[in-house]
Design a protein around this ligand. Structure first.
Ligand code: 26V
Length: 840
């Protein structure tokens, strides 16, 4: 390798167009290694090389990014804002390279960083795990699709210094460790201190000369500092922004106390205030009853609205135009305070008058619901509002007063309805019902799969659907095929492109053209070979990183998602025990070898979910080592499930487990990723799985179990005991588990699970579905041994997965909720050369 010198570096960088990169790409990277890290290229560590490659890439996209923003400013189109407490981004480097069209030019053989494998550089980037699960990952897929569709848009979220906790498994138990993902500087973020927003906390107001004024001394002020991340659309034309807010405190923070002499108190307050964006809440189902979470939500809403309205005012004179120029989507109720905050700005600051302000607020905001679990519907103590944002409480109470008057007019003499629909829950401590506020204060409420939208309308908030039938609609979720197929599974992506061209990358419905190839023997062979290669790659990775060995010819059966009772990992492991029992009773029984992969995190406070993790690990420990099952049944719990692990595992999977109690999984999105990657689904009729089976044809699917209606109907009389008493295999499996077979040295540890299943009514109806689940698995195993039949069904699944692209979902949001259209960005050819020159 030649030694770089500064002259060589600066001379060569002027040929940096996005389209032709190989030679100069190396020099840009070398330059960053030298000037940012003071190391020679051959000495760069994986982390240093990652930063240098990322910075070189960021240099390349900077002009396009600015150009996108300038074009959007000039054209003043309608902009879409996606407000979310979570963005589960994962890694950024590979994704941005692919979307910029640079994947084959910057890495292997071009960078001349021969001392490192490209994969080591990629893996030096930590996952940005700023989300809990599906809701956060959906937000990340959506902003990528918005950029790909060239829709002027921005994501707004929080810059948590600690993302979702790192999970390790010790003696079968989940251990949580902090995820300090920002320990090293992140090349993908750019701080924008000049666009800092001011947030006031705890302000009291008084009327003064007919205007509302903050009472002096009664407020604390926080700063919202924007950190921007580029969101590169496929093709690299549009580069939108994800703006994450970090908290800061002004220099005069708590000056009152400071000057009165309490120096230490003032510093402590500052430290407390600066913790607001420290950590992501790790609970994806039950409301963590903590004021800090409330302040986080308030902080996101006030910073983002101030920023959005500032941008709006910059290009528009008239507030009347707000709904024509701005669409704000609320990702769940987490940012639902936006209803009250937007009213505050329009009434108190713009002096518009209540009626006009309300019309503009409802016209601008829209709300997406992501859960049917009643315990996950947010309710905030009125006391929190009083302490943090008393003006928003006044406004919310006024919204409620006017709304209930309207309800009374429509449905006179129905006090029970009034109390159900009220924004205030009055049982004991008063709470604000955030879902009610979100429905009343927006023009659209959508669910995330057809069944979920239907249940939302007919069961969960039926009073509201009766009141505002036109506001309710469905937007079935989708995932971005760039990350989840093109990038995660390059072999399958190439096979597809060789067969039908590459239009599928931006129009996933093109995959339909694969359907006839399901009958083509050579294609089936290639398809199976691609899967086998992916499995082999996964095994090699697993062995080199953990030492664990897995049989690459076994069926890879995967359930990867948050650990939650309704998702029923317990049903899966019960079935594994049923299979084990069969082998114990009949060691010569034949079935194809299976590996059951589990991965997922349990909320740290969710005791039963953590006990389910322990059960899975203990069952694995015994089954993997028992001569009767070893080599035929294997259970693998992969620790620390995150986006990057999903990208490795999903391409290698044969079977996707989507086995929630019907009526509880709003949509699911990993189900779609598995389908695109050629796994077959075993699942209940729940969430988007129903629509997937409709697309693929039920004959290419393994559906089982009670439907949502049957679950609801049978609740009153359902008896898990009946199944225990009458189903031999069910009883044998439960008896084996609760006899202590899997916990010889840990007596009683699975007692909470026994109680849930057999004493406390088995709320999620595991035992109701176990026998049909086992029978369906039996059929699945038989079909797996018929390679042609399996390949045919898997190809047809891929071919019919087109509907589940987030491009389709976003196009529907754009036309049916936001009324937003693309704003194409024209780039001069070769402007990349100037990009780099400009810095010299
Ligand atoms: C609630 C809370 C409460 C406070 C602490 C933090 C936190 C975080 C999340 C939630 C609500 C989670 C709802 C959710 O994740 N729903 C999932 O959304 C996916 C995308 O629409 C969907 O595919 C899944 O079926 C659904 O469970």
């Amino acid at each position: 390798m030649t030694k770089p010198d500064a002259t060589q570096a600066t001379q060569s960088v002027d040929d940096g167009s996005l389209e032709r990169t190989s030679g100069s790409g190396r020099m840009e990277v070398n330059r960053h290694l030298m000037f940012d890290h003071l190391v020679l290229p051959e000495e760069g560590s994986p982390r240093e090389c990652f930063e240098a490659v990322s910075r070189a890439l960021r240099d390349r996209l900077a002009r396009r990014w600015m150009h996108t923003q300038r074009t959007q400013d000039r054209e003043n189109p309608k902009r879409v804002y996606y407000l979310s407490m979570e963005f589960l981004i994962g890694r950024t480097l590979t994704n941005n390279m692919i979307n910029l069209g640079l994947d084959s030019t910057l890495h292997d053989g071009h960078l001349h960083l021969e001392h490192l494998a490209w994969q080591d550089i990629v893996e030096a980037e930590p996952d940005a795990g700023l989300g809990n699960g599906g809701l956060g990952r959906l937000a990340a897929c959506f902003i990528e699709s918005l950029a790909t569709l060239q829709i002027p848009s921005m994501g707004y979220g929080l810059r948590y210094e600690y993302g979702i906790f790192r999970q390790s498994i010790e003696n079968g138990f989940q251990i949580e460790q902090p995820d300090h993902w920002l320990r090293n500087p992140d090349p993908w973020e750019i701080a924008r201190p000049r666009e800092t927003a001011m947030v006031s906390v705890g302000c009291q107001f008084e009327w003064h000369d007919g205007k509302l004024r903050a009472v002096p001394g009664g407020c604390t002020h926080l700063l919202g500092v924007p950190y921007d991340r580029p969101v590169v659309g496929y093709g690299g034309q549009t580069i939108n922004t994800l703006r994450l807010w970090g908290v800061g405190t002004p220099d005069y923070f708590d000056f009152g106390e400071f000057s009165s002499g309490d120096f230490v108190g003032a510093i402590v307050d500052r430290v407390v205030a600066e913790s607001i964006t420290r950590v992501l809440y790790p609970d994806d189902s039950t409301r963590a009853g903590q004021a800090l979470r409330f302040v986080q939500e308030y902080f996101l809403v006030t910073c983002s609205l101030a920023d959005i309205l500032h941008r709006f005012r910059h290009s528009n004179e008239d507030w009347e135009q707000l709904p024509e120029k701005v669409a704000i989507q609320l990702n769940d109720t987490h940012p639902a305070m936006a209803v009250a905050e937007l009213m505050r700005v329009l009434v108190d600051e713009a002096n518009l008058g209540w009626k006009k302000a309300w019309e503009l607020t409802v016209g601008t905001l829209a709300y997406t619901n992501h859960t049917l679990l009643p315990e996950a519907l947010e309710k905030w103590p009125v006391q929190f509002f009083k302490m943090v944002c008393p003006r928003l409480l006044e406004i919310t109470l006024e919204i409620n007063r006017r709304f209930l008057a309207e309800v009374e007019t429509r449905f006179p003499n129905d006090p029970v309805r009034l109390s159900r629909m009220s924004l205030i829950e009055d049982a004991g401590e008063q709470h604000i019902r955030m879902a009610n506020l979100a429905i009343v204060g927006t023009h659209s409420t959508n669910g995330v799969a057809q069944i979920h939208s239907d249940l939302l309308r007919t069961r969960v908030v039926s009073d509201f659907a009766e009141m505002f039938p036109h506001r309710f609609n469905n937007k079935t979720n989708g995932v971005t095929p760039r990350r989840w197929l093109l990038s995660a599974n390059p072999d399958l992506a190439s096979l597809i492109t060789e067969s039908i061209g590459d239009a599928w990358i931006v129009d996933l419905s093109e995959l339909r053209r694969l359907a006839p190839l399901a009958e083509d023997t050579a294609f089936r062979q290639d398809f199976l070979q691609t899967k086998q290669n992916a499995k082999q790659r996964f095994c090699t990775w697993l062995e080199t990183t953990t030492g664990q060995q897995v049989n690459p010819t076994s069926i890879f059966d995967c359930q990867v998602k948050r650990i939650h009772e309704y998702k029923r990992q317990l049903l899966n492991i019960l079935h594994v025990v049923v299979l084990y029992q069969r082998l114990r009773e009949n060691p010569s029984a034949t079935f194809p070898p299976r590996t059951f992969f589990f991965a997922g995190k349990a909320a740290p406070a969710y005791r039963l979910a953590k006990r389910i993790i322990k059960l899975i690990n203990n069952v694995g420990q015994v089954i993997n080592n028992d001569p009767v099952s070893a080599g035929r049944l294997q259970v693998v719990f992969l620790p620390n499930y995150n986006v990057s692990l999903a990208e490795r595992l999903i391409p290698a999977s044969d079977v996707s487990e989507q086995i929630s109690t019907a009526g509880y999984e709003a949509s699911g999105t990993s189900n779609m990723k598995f389908m695109m990657n050629g796994a077959l689904t075993i699942g209940t009729r729940d969430g988007a799985t129903i629509e997937m089976a409709q697309e693929a044809g039920e004959e290419n699917f393994f559906l089982f179990g009670l439907t949502a209606e049957q679950v609801a109907e049978s609740r009153p009389w359902y008896s898990p005991r009946w199944h225990y008493d009458n189903e031999l295999e069910t009883r044998a499996a439960l008896d084996l588990i609760f006899s202590g077979h899997f916990n010889r040295d840990e007596p009683g540890i699975f007692e909470p699970i026994r109680e849930t299943l057999l004493e406390q009514g088995d709320f999620y109806m595991h035992l109701a579905d176990l026998s049909s689940y086992a029978a369906t698995h039996q059929r699945l195993g038989e079909i797996y041994t018929d390679k042609d039949a399996w390949a045919r069904a898997a190809i047809l699944n891929v071919a019919h997965s087109g509907k589940f692209s987030s491009d389709r979902t976003i196009a529907e949001y754009a036309s049916e909720i936001w009324n937003a259209v693309p704003c194409p960005i024209a780039h001069e050819l070769k402007e990349g050369a100037n990009d780099v020159k400009a810095q010299d």
